[in-house]
Design a protein around this ligand. Structure first.
Ligand code: HEM
Length: 392
């Protein structure tokens, strides 16, 4: 699986996926013993059959972050239920005016400029500010959250082993302590006077008759900060990359803005922000004719599944009006992304505002964009663009 760590492959893993899907859709990496699943059918099985494919990666010898995304039922069900009400489509719809206000405020800072970094100046702060406000942290602290998230993301490098892995773990330990101190202050204020935010709700919550520990609340805080922005940031950035690569599709969207929701779905499929999710076999499992032993780490390659020709006609075509579009970019089954309605809203608002203010958008760098430092996510670290502002 070393190929997944090269910059070129992370920018464009799709030719590799196509080859592997044809030749060996279920593949064991001899160096690490990790299994990878590349075809739609196999990925759906890994996502849906949670009795066979669990989420507790510590069972395969990896660190335990205490995030409920890595829990199995029944604990998973209970922890997810504590916060799920905050993310229902109806609750999220109520956030639209605030999301739009934040998006406009950020774009205002770029007004009059014919070039800016659409990732650093827009796609990073927008979702971070939104999730910070939902949690109950100051939105202005977003750049600190980005720094923390970057360190947490690099934990994925531990799959590679070696010096980089050791460095990633040491950096994470330091950031975890910094986050714990930061969170303790927010929790102290809320212990005295609860507010209408997720941290207050977690402080009051009970699971099996007991309150959550500070460590458990920290795990929620970390998971939501990271999941709440890395992915949506990449969705917005990947949309800009896809539009730049396919000007005729952007023209179609500009001519008919009602296509925006389906364009967002197509970016989710075509350049999936999350390329792989982690599973661990809970028993010996047969998949695609391979016998996978219990406690093996399995990567369900959703980025590849979303380009499987057996499921999507012309999978390598970017079509803003594609229908049906049953992608698995948000996963499937009991771990289906809790933030899907929120990220769809954020992407729709962000891209709608960006397109409304510009007549043209083009990538500004002649250099290829620099991919995020983890193989399981897909997006640019920074993305300078040239724009022609629309005259008012
Ligand atoms: C789970 C993708 C945005 C919170 C997931 C999973 C995927 C995913 C693939 C399944 C993980 C698995 O099966 O192991 C995405 C994408 C996003 C996005 C592509 C944006 C484009 C968000 C946002 C939030 C969020 C905005 C929070 C505010 C979560 C949480 C889970 C999750 C808490 C764990 C659910 C569980 O284990 O039950 N996401 N996500 N995500 N996502 Fe997202």
């Amino acid at each position: 699986m070393r190929f997944l760590f090269s910059d070129d492959v992370r920018r464009d893993p799709y030719p590799w996926y196509a080859e592997l899907r044809r030749a060996s859709p279920v593949l064991r990496d001899p160096r690490t013993g990790t299994w990878m699943v590349f075809d739609y059918h196999g990925v759906r099985r890994a996502l849906d059959d949670h009795d066979a494919f669990g989420s507790d990666v510590s069972a395969a010898g990896y660190g335990n972050l205490g995030w409920f995304i890595f829990f199995d039922p029944p604990r998973h069900t209970k922890m997810r239920a504590l916060i799920s009400r905050a993310f229902t489509p109806r609750t999220v719809a109520g956030l639209e005016p605030r999301v739009r206000e934040i998006a406009r405020g950020l774009l205002d800072t770029t007004a009059g400029r014919d070039a800016f970094d659409v990732v650093g100046d827009f796609a990073v702060p927008l979702p971070l500010m939104v999730i910070a406000e939902l949690l109950g942290a100051p939105a202005d602290d977003w750049s600190r959250f980005r720094r923390w998230s970057d360190v947490i993301l690099e934990l994925a490098l531990t799959l590679q082993g070696g010096a980089e892995a050791q460095h990633a773990v040491a950096a994470f330990t330091a950031v975890r302590a910094e986050m714990a101190r930061y969170l303790a202050e927010l929790l102290d204020v809320r212990r005295d006077a609860p507010r209408d935010d997720l941290l207050s709700r977690l402080l009051a919550a009970e699971v099996d008759g007991s309150r959550l520990s500070d460590g458990e609340i920290l795990a929620f805080f970390q998971l939501l900060l990271l999941a709440g922005h890395e992915t949506t940031t990449n969705l917005i950035g990947n949309a800009v990359i896809s539009f730049a690569e396919h000007p005729e599709q952007l023209a179609r969207l500009r001519a008919d803005p009602t296509l925006l929701p389906s364009a967002v779905e197509e970016v989710l499929r075509y350049r999936s922000p999350v390329q792989a999710v982690f599973r661990v076999t809970r028993r010996d499992v047969t998949l695609g004719g391979h016998a996978i032993p219990a406690r093996s780490l399995v990567l369900a390659m959703i980025g590849s599944a979303n380009r499987d020709p057996s499921r999507f006609p012309a999978p390598d075509a970017f079509d803003v009006a594609r229908a049906p579009n049953a992608h698995v970019a948000f996963g499937h089954g009991i771990h289906f992304c809790l933030g899907a309605p929120l990220s769809r809203l954020e992407a729709r608002v962000a891209l709608g505002e960006l397109l409304a203010r510009t007549e043209t958008i083009a990538l500004a760098d002649d250099q290829p964009w620099e991919p995020r430092a983890a193989f399981h996510v897909h997006g640019a670290t920074r993305l300078p663009i040239h724009v022609t502002p629309r005259s008012a």
